[in-house]
Design a protein around this ligand. Sequence first.
Ligand code: NAD
Length: 366
Amino acid sequence: MSDSIRIGIIGTGNIARSYARAYRDIPEAEIVGLCDIVPGKAAAYGEREGFPNAKTYVRYQDMLEELELDAVSISTPNASHGFITVDCLEAGKHVLCEKPMSVTLDEAVNMAKAAKKADKILSIGFQPRYDPNMMAIKDIVQSGVLGKIYYVETGGGRRRGIPGGSFINKEEAGFGAIADIGCYSLDMAMNALGYPKPLTVSAHSRDDFGKSPKYSPAWAPEDFQVEDFGTAFIRLEGDIVLYFKISWAMHLDSMGATFFLGQDAGLKCTPAGTGNWGGAWDGGVGSVTLYHDLQNYQTESPISLRPRPQNFNIFTEKVRDFVFAVKDGGKAPIPGEQIVRNQAIIDGILRSAQSGKEVDIEIPKI
Ligand SMILES: NC(=O)c1ccc[n+]([C@@H]2O[C@H](COP(=O)([O-])OP(=O)(O)OC[C@H]3O[C@@H](n4cnc5c(N)ncnc54)[C@H](O)[C@@H]3O)[C@@H](O)[C@H]2O)c1
């Protein structure tokens, strides 16, 4: 492989701007192809973002056929992550796919299977993992200082923050807040725990704000086709319960802290700022405190926050890690096979919310 890896971007919408900034900052990556289903959009993006020589396409299949790519970045709406990823892996390309991994659990499993079969990297775009404080939280949870962990609570919420556009259209997005920002909360907690297997889920979802002309006058009620609130009680292997709540809109400032309760200590992680952009999508952490007993005294130990280094950007770090994994023949930094468990929880939440009953989570073998 040459010194720089050849990359094609599929989907040149909003988040593709963050990809552009990241790839511009990584000399080991060369953007040679751009694809967007809307004619002219990829070319406009290439001009605007500094890739004027990249070849542009409307069909990603044509890009895969014509260009000798090493890897692709997929930043299309959720509903197309599954089939585009599988096609790219089958064409022998490494894939960095945006979150949430897919819409259905079957799609996620097929993506992971395709990566395994092709022996290519499939990494999913959870950039909060690159925040130094998120890393510290994982280190503390994994250190064993909490003793046996039996309960975890996580989630997030925006007072008003329904994104609109493709995000509220069921055909394109598949689902609403539960997967859009909920997948980050789930990843934060599950990654710290080492991604234990999810077993069952009992969930509830709502769409009060999205369907209300009072709170969402920008669209007709029938155009809001997903949920804006979800909550779930999830049983994980190892006798752990994970309680989850997420909201795109609510009459509250924050859904509160993420916390881990163990037999020896508890760890509380508050969101940054008001927590309006909960789900920790930006990796922001307000404070981290360890609650434990010291010589029989109930003690609270604040954990010093790690500042982000100057010019450090978690999105760029996510992309850089992927680029170097491809370049050096490494492993997927955020493996699709692991994120199938995130998707399995989301799938279970939606099934349980629809049926009004607890459901089992079964993940097919990959
Ligand atoms: N990691 C993050 O911080 C972050 C932030 C925002 C969005 N996202 C994720 O990124 C994805 C895209 O979000 P967005 O806000 O950029 O949406 P967007 O609607 O602004 O952009 C999506 C683009 O994909 C194009 N597209 C759709 N189907 C296509 C296809 N089959 N082939 C090629 N192009 C296609 C659309 O024309 C559009 O330009 C979503 O899955 C979202 O969840 C991630």
